[in-house]
Design a binder for this molecule. Structure first.
Ligand code: UD1
Ligand code: MG
Length: 447
């Protein structure tokens, strides 16, 4: 049976106090919406329909980034979750299979939980994801009847006795797509909020003789983001989970609580991460590599056995080969460093390729930008770039070539050649003492 994902993401998110739609705020480097889509991807959905409203254009773009085949339906007015889900009806017309409704602002649901819900559909026509809340607050309450779900009551409409129930509605709901749409159409708005509640479909289904059941998960998974404080709490929960997964997969972290991972950080077994390392999106690190303290990496690949940092910055397009060394205060951008190359101190390497075992001396800069365009620097295998070399791109330094320290290289250097491009040194014997004496006399000071 194919599955359709329906992701509700039309709300404004007023409490975020932001010009940006709530579901586009990033968590671990990806929008909240992308996290919901990624969780649902475990069900290999045949269709993904995102319900957008506030900031629909930007939300649609993010939906397509996360799932290129996603369809976007617009809910012009936010009239409740049932009304929102119904906006998917035209897109799902003729679709035979299950639909699962997720919220775009609930990023921590685990794929395994959604799989358990799909499996529970063998026993129930409608499956709702619930959780035991320590403080149930304003969540909808799940009213059970033995092992079956009788109905869901919203906090605003609940009696005191119902408010005492601690089993809460996460909002995730799964049913046959046509049943879901048919029931959602029957929902009315006669309630405390004057909204069309998707939660009402449970009682409607039961009245028709259909069955409803609950799958439960940890409360941490259902954490919704409504405020900046909740966004920070969700980030911290995501980080805790991602670090635990990395440790379990064989990554060494001496102070995992200080390491910041992105949603897609790929760390092989036997990678070592020192304290205070930040991963932006798009980083892959191969086995045996060591990322030293206070380094910042994004959009890059690190080869086996490489050592990065401390205090290194790897920007998008950095492709670092096996056993490469990138040391302190070195920035690498859109550049390939072949096996065994070394850039150990205080250098900028951008729009460049560095051959195997080449050594880039301290303070080297690839001058890649002329104010209008970017240009490439090529450094051959085994080359030795002297400290403080300015490589004015486009320029090529050949294999096993050398540049003298302090050189400004503006022309290609042939393989095996030494290029020295700096003023010749002139020593003037005794001149320094004479000059000092003259300066002191002029300032009226004793010599
Ligand atoms: C909802 C549930 C409640 C549950 C809680 C869990 C209903 C009626 N209530 O309440 O039982 O405990 O979630 O967090 O479903 N949205 C739209 N269009 C709308 C309304 C909402 O797209 O017209 C989206 C929102 O952007 C949000 C999600 O649906 O992503 C949930 O809406 P929200 O208003 O937060 O529902 P709650 O009142 O929290
Ligand atoms: Mg909510």
């Amino acid at each position: 049976m194919p599955t359709a994902l329906i992701i509700l993401a039309a709300g404004a998110g007023t409490r975020m106090r932001s010009a940006r739609p709530k579901v586009l705020h990033p968590l671990a480097g990806a929008p909240l919406l992308a996290h919901a889509i990624a969780a649902g991807a475990a069900l290999a959905p045949a269709r993904t329909v995102v319900i957008a409203g506030h900031g629909a254009e930007a939300v649609a773009a993010a939906a397509h980034d996360a799932a290129p085949g996603a369809e976007v339906a617009i809910q012009h007015e936010q009239r409740g979750t049932a009304h929102a889900a119904l906006q998917a009806a035209p897109a799902l017309d003729g679709f035979a299979g299950d639909a699962i409704v997720l919220y775009g602002d609930t990023p921590l649901i685990r794929s395994a939980t959604l799989e358990a819900m799909a499996a529970a559909r063998a026993q129930h026509d409608i499956v709702v994801l619930g959780f035991e809340a320590a403080d149930p607050g304003r969540y909808g309450r799940l009213v059970m009847e033995g092992p079956d779900l009788a109905r869901i009551v919203e906090f605003k409409d609940a009696t005191e006795a119902e408010r005492a129930i601690r089993l809460c509605n996460s909002g995730v709901i799964c049913a046959d797509a046509r049943t879901l749409m048919r029931l959602a159409r029957r929902v009315g708005d006669d309630n405390a909020a004057g909204e069309y509640y998707l939660t009402d479909i449970v009682a409607l289904a039961r009245a028709e003789g259909l069955s409803a059941g609950v799958v439960t998960c940890d409360a941490a998974e259902t954490m919704g983001v409504n405020t900046r404080a909740e966004l920070a709490a969700a980030e911290s929960a995501f980080q805790a989970r991602a670090r635990a997964e990395a440790l379990a997969a064989g990554v060494t972290m001496t102070a995992p609580e200080t390491v910041h991972l992105a949603h897609d950080t790929a760390l092989a077994a036997d990678v070592e991460i020192e304290p205070h390392v930040v991963f932006g999106p798009g980083v892959t690190v191969a086995s045996g590599a060591r990322i030293r303290a206070f380094s910042h990496l994004e959009g890059c690949t690190i080869g086996a056995g490489a050592v990065i940092g401390p205090q290194a910055r790897l920007r998008p397009g950095a492709r670092v080969g096996a056993d490469v060394r990138v040391g302190n205060f070195v920035e690498i951008k859109n550049a390939e460093l072949a096996e065994g190359a070394k850039v150990n101190h205080l250098s900028y390497v951008g729009d460049a390729s560095v051959g195997a075992a080449a050594n880039i001396g301290a303070g080297t800069v690839t001058c890649n930008y002329d104010g209008v365009s970017k240009h490439r620097t090529e450094i051959g295998a085994g080359a030795f770039i002297g400290s403080d070399t300015m490589l004015v791109a486009p320029v090529r330094v050949g294999a096993e070539a050398m540049t003298g320290s302090g050189s400004v290289i503006t022309r290609d250097v042939p393989d095996g050649a030494l290029a020295v491009a700096r003023a010749r040194q002139d020593n003037k014997p005794g001149f320094a003492r004479k000059l000092m004496a003259r300066l002191r006399a002029a300032a009226g000071k004793e010599s």
